[in-house]
Design a binder for this molecule. Sequence first.
Ligand code: NAD
Ligand code: MG
Length: 397
Amino acid sequence: MKRVAVLGATGSIGASALDVIARHPDRFAVAALSANRNVDALVALCVRHRPALAVIADAALESELRSKLAAANLATRAACGAEGLREAAAGDANIVIAAIVGAAGLDSTLAAARAGKRLLLANKEAVVMAGPLLLQALREGSGELVPIDSEHNAIFQCLPSGRPDLERCRLEQAGVRRIVLTASGGPFRGRARAQLAAVTPDQACAHPNWVMGRKISVDSATLMNKGLEVIEAHWLFGAHADQIDVVVHPQSIVHSLVEYADGSTLAQLGNPDMRTALAHALAWPERIESGVASLDLVRMGALQFEAPDRATFACLDLAYRALAAGGTAPAILNAANEVAVEAFLAGSLPFLAIAEVIDDTLDAMPAEPVGSLEALIYADLTARQHAQRMMRRMHCC
Ligand code: NAD
Ligand code: MG
């Protein structure tokens, strides 16, 4: 029996993970669940899944969580804040699902890696910010990372050893020529720049194929999600930037591809449902039922592929630029993006200004080598302050 901690349990990935786990009571038990501020949703999940530990990130809500767990007659212990999340990540779970959104997930992701867990990584912002530190933590803890971002999970499945290579420069030895990440293109695919000036948060979050949290939905609409995934692929698979390509595939059936030196290209296909990647990563190297329907290619009829519109969706190239700059640049990119997306979702920043805020922040903050976690956290904070200042200059907040 594997014990699983789900960090970010009340989110979209959390729900998919718990759905798969509940299908296999003989294999998996829930050890810990966490949420940011939604006590009622967390307690409802505790009633259903009976974890030993429930963590609410907002410490002010710990006593409310404790009393509601008691009122529900649960033996689940309550904890809170960064310490509580670290305890859930590094406690007695065998598998940790890192599904907190944004830089807020970094600390617990690193804690799970250091503690030698099987780390199911959805929280791409953590690896974008702190790729080298995450790899070091995995080596120190002798843990293993199985990606659950659908593209990276697909690549993992198409690589020869069936697992990501956490050491750099092994891809050539494995005969890999290129990694191709597929992108749906988001809800605004095919639109010209002028047609994006007045788009609303709800339009940006109406993803054609995937149901996801609001931050990643906006990232998909700007193509920053693909940019973050390019950086994620760089760290997880030791691929250089020029070995990682992006192709737009509106149906989201081909989840990504690996091209080999002999011209063979292997792809992983499936319906766009995160439960496939989660079931794969939970049971790997075995295969288990996920609840996802069979792929009906005949009904699908045709699959399309096209080049991304890099001029209209400037965030993709901003991510390649941050990857080339190295050091703290990806953390700066990520921080400016988080601040800009939050302002867009709040209705105070226009959609097209998201890329401008990130561009300006990258210009203003030269990349520094990543010496320590403290240096990264400082770069993250400074980038957020710069992005806020820029938005004030633009009269956006
Ligand atoms: P979501 O917004 O639906 O859920 C986020 C979860 O994180 C919630 O449980 C929330 O309570 C928690 N959280 C938010 N802020 C927090 C904070 N400050 N401290 C602690 N917990 C906090 O997001 P999601 O769509 O489930 O995405 C989660 C992560 O997975 C993101 O990094 C996203 O990029 C990645 N991802 C998501 C999908 C998807 O299909 N949804 C696919 C690939 C990768
Ligand atoms: Mg993805």
